[in-house]
Design a protein around this ligand. Structure first.
Ligand SMILES: [Ca+2]
Length: 485
């Protein structure tokens, strides 16, 4: 059902199976869901093959309800939008907020990531949790799964409207979280609900959607608040599955949004690992995990953000490259936010950037350290940030054979996984180059002119007792905050 090769050739597969269906102006009608045509804008340039959605009887969408009192798969209750009694006799309560989780291409409603997110959301808040399982419609070919999202979105919208009319649910209290194609399903659902509260798009699918009319994809008009996390927006030729296009009120681009740390970047890495996993482990899911690693990171980040005490703070910047230099840690007014679950509590809008770790927990605290030296030197410079709650790991500021010229400021963007509290001192060590060829040209002592640190979390710019300090070869010094010198 889900061989890894699907991910490598889903365009070709789509063409192969559906070339005869690639005609425009086809139309199907599915009762109360209405009619669906392949007319514009659904047949745009970004859609080489345009087909109508399969019928609800084929897709067999299931809306699975969970609550704090019925949290497991064994407890799940199936809600039917066409039969209000299934809602009224269930554990659903209109006085609680409601969250939907919608999966994407080739997934289904009982994937581990959905169980993890469901568990975290129920623990965080007393809500109704509804998983949209459209696994029967989410398989290959991709062109058909893409078309089917329109029916699943219509059905989801229909169920939300039914919940509003029979249980006094407020649309403002409904949050639809969709991954990949599921993000666009959330958009279609939002089209049909007046003032849907929130949509979270987790790496919205790129092929067939990016650059298309807002009608065919997730956009900021689909809910009162739309937040998007982009994690796999490298080119489709490099098997990037997510969109780079801004689609919400606020769009987060962790690590630039294209490739995630800990995942293979680029076509060659992805393909070679996919083949290796598939052959060596005879495990076709392993291949999928490799190719989709960056794509899947979006829901891992969101799930972590639900319960993490680390804030996933994100910053505006002119570009991802500029952010990676540590130049954008200042927040003016309300322009910063927190990626994920808490983003709705912030007024920040537009594109925001942050960096994350390669492994869970992914969240980081961001700093920029600036050290200005008076004389030339060549050697390894290591710094440690000393916080009220602990120290950072040693951070390399300069490497051997990297010459520091007098008056130059070394700027280092630092990401720390732990909350070490307010930084009260910076320790530094200088190990002069051991090269016999060049070592004689540099002094044993390195004279400092200034040390300062920008802390992104607290927005505090601190300077330390670096002015006039001498760092002697192979000896560490610690500099307290200015004012304690
Ligand atoms: Ca839309």
């Amino acid at each position: 059902m889900k061989p890894a090769v699907v991910f490598l050739f889903f365009f070709l597969t789509a063409c192969y199976g559906f070339i005869l269906d690639s005609v425009t102006n086809r139309k199907v009608c599915y009762g109360e869901l209405g009619c669906f045509t392949t007319d514009a804008p659904f047949n745009g340039l970004q859609r080489p093959i345009t087909v109508v959605p399969a019928s609800p009887d084929v897709i067999k969408t299931q809306f699975l309800l969970y609550t704090r009192d019925s949290p497991t798969t064994a407890d799940e209750q199936v809600l039917l939008y066409s039969d209000a009694s299934t809602i009224l006799s269930s554990m659903y309560s209109g006085s609680r907020p409601t969250a939907f989780i919608v999966h994407g291409f080739t997934h289904h409603g009982h994937r581990q990531w959905i169980l993890n997110m469901k568990q975290a959301l129920l623990k965080k808040r007393n809500i109704n949790l509804i998983v949209v399982d459209w696994g029967h419609g989410a398989g290959i070919p991709y062109a058909q799964a893409t078309a089917n999202t329109r029916v699943v979105g219509a059905e989801t919208g229909m169920l939300i409207n039914q919940l509003i009319s029979v249980t006094n649910t407020s649309a403002a209290d409904v949050h639809v979280i969709g991954h990949s194609l599921g993000a666009h399903i959330a958009g279609y659902a939002g089209d049909r609900v007046q003032h849907l509260g929130r949509i979270t798009g987790l790496d919205p699918a790129d092929p067939y959607f990016q650059g298309g009319d807002p009608i065919i994809r997730l956009d900021a008009t689909d809910a009162d608040f739309v937040d998007v996390i982009h994690t796999d927006a490298s080119s489709i030729l490099e098997l990037g599955m997510g969109s780079i296009q801004q689609m919400g009120h606020v769009d987060f681009y962790p690590n630039g949004g294209k490739d995630q740390p800990g995942c293979d970047a680029g076509l060659l890495g992805k393909v070679s690992h996919t083949v290796w996993n598939a052959v060596s482990q005879l495990d076709l899911y392993a291949g999928e995990a490799t190719v989709a690693c960056s794509h899947e990171r979006s829901y891992e980040l969101f799930t972590e953000s639900i319960s993490s005490s680390c804030p996933f703070k994100a910053y505006p910047c002119t570009s991802a490259a500029e952010f990676d230099l540590g130049h954008c840690l200042r927040c003016h007014g309300d322009e910063c936010s927190e990626m994920g679950y808490n983003s709705i509590n912030f007024a920040a809008r537009g594109s925001l950037y942050l960096q994350t770790q390669a492994n869970a927990p992914f969240c980081n605290y961001h700093y920029q350290l600036n050290v200005t030296g008076k004389n030339n030197m060549d050697g390894v410079v290591t710094a440690v940030l000393q916080g009220q709650n602990g120290n950072s790991s040693p951070i390399k500021l300069m490497t051997d054979n990297e010459v520091h010229t007098q008056g130059h400021t070394i700027s280092k963007f630092i990401k720390i996984k732990e909350d070490i509290g307010e930084i009260v001192a910076v320790a530094m060590q200088y190990d002069k180059t051991s090269s016999v060829l060049t070592g004689w040209a540099y002094p044993e002592d390195w004279l400092l002119m200034g040390v300062s640190l920008m802390d992104g979390s607290t927005q505090q710019l601190s300077s330390f007792c670096g002015y006039g300090k001498t760092v002697t070869n192979h000896k560490a010094i610690s500099m307290g905050l200015s004012g304690t010198c």
